[in-house]
Design a binder for this molecule. Structure first.
Ligand SMILES: Cc1ncc(COP(=O)(O)O)c(C=O)c1O
Length: 291
């Protein structure tokens, strides 16, 4: 079951809608052009995790796309209504709370915004345990493009994920399970739906590294929360630029995201990579403690 709630000025707590019935205009530019933004958050233990960070990133994505979206209070109210609806019909351990805002139809100029809550995909939970085999794929632009070409909306979480999904299908056809994008100048970027982390251990010193945001990747809320916890725990933190050799030489590489959480990478382009069990356990504990 999916709980669906539209943000609607006539309904202060959001307007509950039937997810099995037609709801959206065919003229909505979210549909016709992929022109809109979204967030996916994890709902578990009665809490929408990192909600402040998701709402903050939604706001930034809206600014980058020149999109007017409802205020934070309206989102919080609709989310509360949606999770209550979901809990009443489908109690389950892990659910995805998706926030979507589109540019609306050409005619009205009014955007469309809604919240959906649905059970978290089983595959993500399996991959969290088993890890994934990863292909390194060319993203098709260089690591300085964000600065040069703001119209590419780098760093915003837009609805235009067709390329990301195509990269995952390509990897699956090659027998791999996930992807890490590499820029045309050879810099490690991100996964199609995840941030890349790597770790090193040198005696008692533990170091956690992620690609620099200057490459135009999405600022990951999970990476941000893990880095904050790792800092508390005395880890050293580092930010790229990274090249594929850095991944091969690490004691562990993970793909992290809000719903799948911390997923270890087992191999890169068919070459097995190190998996330090202790580092994995420590990071897993940090991820599980994120509220
Ligand atoms: C392209 C991309 N990078 C990184 C992430 C990870 O972001 P977060 O940890 O906020 O879920 C996502 C999440 O879906 C993503 O789509």
């Amino acid at each position: 079951m999916t709980a669906l709630v539209f943000l609607d000025p006539d309904f202060s707590a959001g307007r509950i809608a039937d997810d099995t019935a037609a709801q959206l205009s065919v003229l909505d530019q979210g549909v016709t052009r992929g022109d809109g933004i979204f967030e996916s958050a994890l709902y578990t233990r009665q809490v929408v995790r990192k909600l402040d960070a998701h709402l903050a990133r939604l706001r930034v994505s809206a600014q980058v796309c020149d999109l007017r979206i409802p205020d934070e209070g309206a989102w919080r109210a609709a989310i509360e209504t949606a999770v209550a609806e979901f809990d009443a019909a489908t109690p389950c351990a892990e659910a995805v709370v998706k926030l979507v805002a589109t540019r609306g139809s050409d005619e009205t100029g009014v955007g469309t915004s809604w919240v959906m809550v649905s059970p978290a995909p089983e595959l993500g939970r399996k991959q969290r345990e088993a890890g994934v085999s990863v292909l390194l794929l060319d993203r098709g632009y260089d690591s300085t493009v964000a600065e040069r070409a703001p119209w590419l909306l780098m760093g915003a979480k837009t609805l235009s994920y067709a390329v990301n999904m195509a990269a995952l299908r390509h990897a699956r056809k090659q027998g791999a399970e996930d992807v890490i994008f590499i820029s045309s100048d050879g810099i490690v970027l991100e996964g199609p739906t995840s941030t890349v982390l790597l770790a090193h251990r040198d005696g008692d010193t533990k170091r956690l590294i992620t690609p620099t945001l200057e490459t135009g990747i999405l600022p990951g809320t999970t990476q941000g929360a893990i880095f904050a916890a790792a800092k508390e725990a005395g880890w050293e933190l580092g930010y790229g630029p990274l090249v594929p050799e850095h991944l091969m030489d690490a004691e562990g590489v993970w793909l992290v995201s809000s719903v799948r959480l911390l997923t270890p990478v087992n191999s890169l382009d068919g070459t097995p990579i190190a998996r330090d069990a202790e580092l994995h356990e420590e990071l897993t504990a940090m991820v599980n403690a994120i509220e």
